[in-house]
Design a protein around this ligand. Structure first.
Ligand SMILES: Cc1cc2nc3c(=O)[nH]c(=O)nc-3n(C[C@H](O)[C@H](O)[C@H](O)COP(=O)(O)OP(=O)(O)OC[C@H]3O[C@@H](n4cnc5c(N)ncnc54)[C@H](O)[C@@H]3O)c2cc1C
Ligand code: SF4
Ligand code: SF4
Length: 411
């Protein structure tokens, strides 16, 4: 149906407060008319990775191929927008595709995440019906975005063809509820996600990185083992991972939800737009026919090329897993002496895994981290929360389920 034109601020309805849920990333379902379904839809309460892969892709991932790490996929590309968009996290492919979905009338509305007017880092869910509204959604915000609460607003306005831009925990709940939303079409544009935390905690982190945290406009964990900071005055700073002030962070700095999240690459989306395998560009994972259709919307605006892969992840991931085991679920780089960190950082950039091998590295680290964190903090949740593919990914590093830690996934 035709979109109603509203001024941008009116396009952001007030959300209900979030009721308390243990292990919750406030995806918005608990604030919506679907609140009673958290117990069935949530990736932390009732994860159904295999069943939802079958629902979305008609099959589960092939554990004998790179799908073991990245989920079901039809094609992958290295990509960048020839004309990068200002304010985007990378070149802005995600929001450009969302714009095109509205421009072409393929959807009535896009649910995405803008910034809170009072704090550029705080997520603000937004229901966009006009392409120009999506410029506000560019860039990563740190914190939880209750974007799925806007499903009610979309339904109330009679929208039946929707796109949702979201991270994996949001997409898991969305897919679990998809059949009962009564939609004519749903386009799911996912990004990978890792190491999220509350916006308040993120501000603490910025305060440790720089003496002018309020001037930081951009932060990204680059694929060359450095963090990039950009400031309001246009200056940049690169900090090697090994020199991050991780030892100064409290143990619960990253919530257990995000330390025990097993779908790093958002495998239930139609199209995932990330950067890990992109070697400085972006990384597209086309997963479904709708994902392929979304790529076609911007193909002519993209520089596309094959993905590369080099280096050998086994030693660095093995070292990471051993450090993590020793710290019993704490943050893993505490042990490296200060003097050695610049050298280790340089070695990582020079010889470390690159391209797809870097992406496999990060996925393996995340699976090991999730398993060990749950074992240390919520062992009773392991049977339910750890998917079989995570055990398969972690197996080469000596991580295997102990009695009682694994159960056949309910479908
Ligand atoms: C917390 C977090 C961690 C991430 N970690 C990784 C990672 O480890 N590896 C990787 O490859 N990619 C990661 N990403 C995705 C990455 O930052 C880029 O968003 C993605 O690569 C797309 O870039 P772009 O220029 O196309 O995005 P843009 O065009 O700038 O669009 C960004 C989109 O992200 C959405 N968004 C922004 N903040 C949030 C949020 N807090 N919650 C939900 N949606 C949000 C907005 O709706 C927006 O449409 C992460 C994203 C988030 C939010
Ligand atoms: S479904 Fe969403 S709102 Fe409900 S408990 Fe899970 S993360 Fe929280
Ligand atoms: S790390 Fe996982 S659980 Fe945390 S916000 Fe990202 S997708 Fe959700």
């Amino acid at each position: 149906m035709a979109a109603t034109v509203l001024p941008i601020l009116e396009a952001v309805p007030a959300l209900a407060p979030a009721p308390h849920r243990d292990l919750c990333t406030d995806c918005g379902i608990s604030r919506s008319s679907h609140a009673a379904s958290c117990g069935k839809a949530c990736q932390f309460i009732h994860p159904r990775h295999d069943a939802l892969e079958r629902q979305v892709h008609g099959r589960t991932r092939d554990l004998a191929t790179d799908e073991r790490f990245f989920g079901p996929v039809r094609a992958m590309h290295r990509a960048r927008l020839r004309a990068p968009r200002p304010g985007a996290q990378w070149t802005g492919i995600t929001t450009r595709i969302a714009e095109r979905l509205l421009e072409t009338g393929m959807v009535d509305a896009v649910l995405a995440t803008a910034s809170d007017p009072a704090d550029r880092w705080a997520p603000r869910p937004m229901l966009c019906t006009r392409p120009e509204e999506l410029a506000e959604c560019r860039g990563m915000k740190m914190g939880y975005s209750p974007v799925l609460a806007l499903l009610d607003e979309a339904a109330a306005r009679g929208f039946t063809r929707l796109a949702v831009v979201g991270v994996a925990c949001q997409v898991h709940a969305l897919r679990a509820l998809e059949a009962r939303l009564g939609l004519e079409a749903l386009y799911v544009l996912g990004t990978p996600c890792s190491d999220n935390t509350t916006t308040a905690r993120f501000h603490e982190f910025l305060g440790l990185l720089t003496d002018r945290p309020e001037r930081v406009t951009y932060l990204e964990f680059l694929a060359d083992f450095r963090v990039e900071l950009r400031f309001e005055d246009g200056s940049h700073r690169h900090i090697p991972f090994m020199q991050l002030p991780i030892s100064k962070l409290p143990r619960d700095f990253f919530p257990l939800t995000c330390r025990a999240c097993f779908d790093y690459t958002n495998s239930l989306s139609d199209l995932t737009v990330g950067y890990m395998a992109g070697e400085g560009d972006q990384w597209l994972l086309v997963r479904t026919a709708r994902g392929a259709a979304m790529l076609e919307l911007v193909r002519e605006e993209l520089a596309l090329s094959p993905l590369g892969s080099s280096g050998d992840r086994r030693a660095p991931v093995g070292t990471f897993v051993r450090m993590l085991e020793r710290s019993a679920g704490g943050l893993p780089v505490r042990g490296a002496p200060q003097w050695a960190r610049p050298l280790i950082g340089w070695l990582q950039r020079r010889f470390g895994p690159k391209g797809l091998e870097f992406a496999r590295t990060r996925v393996e680290m995340k699976m090991a981290e999730g398993i060990l964190n749950l074992r240390a903090e919520r062992p009773q949740r392991m049977r339910r929360m750890i998917p079989d593919f995570a055990w398969a990914i972690a197996a080469p590093y000596g991580l295997a389920p102990r009695p009682g830690e694994r159960v056949e996934e309910a479908s």
